[in-house]
Design a protein around this ligand. Structure first.
Ligand SMILES: [Zn+2]
Length: 87
């Protein structure tokens, strides 16, 4: 399941291209450039960015996990072989 983008301050769901919702931007005066944000807001934004990146990576890892190999072999060769990938 894809992780929805969230406001890095209050956690409400927002469009992925934003880091803070409109209410938080107004409440904490975050309407200017990101470089002008206070340090605490930058830290929260960095945390949210890390979460979004991890959610994106998780999707990629599930595709290349060992559990997916029999299925990948079936697609590539028509059948799974007996190679021990874990050994
Ligand atoms: Zn917010």
């Amino acid at each position: 399941m894809e992780r929805a983008a969230r406001c890095c301050i209050c956690g409400s769901r927002i469009t992925a291209r934003f880091w803070a919702c409109a209410a938080c931007e107004a409440a904490y005066h975050l309407t200017g450039l990101f470089a002008a944000w206070p340090d605490w807001a930058k830290a929260l934004k960095a945390n949210e960015q890390r979460e979004r990146r991890r959610a994106a990576n998780w999707r990629e890892y599930t595709i290349v996990s060992l559990d997916a190999c029999p299925e990948a072999e079936r697609l590539a060769y028509g059948d799974a072989n007996d190679d021990s990938l874990a050994g």
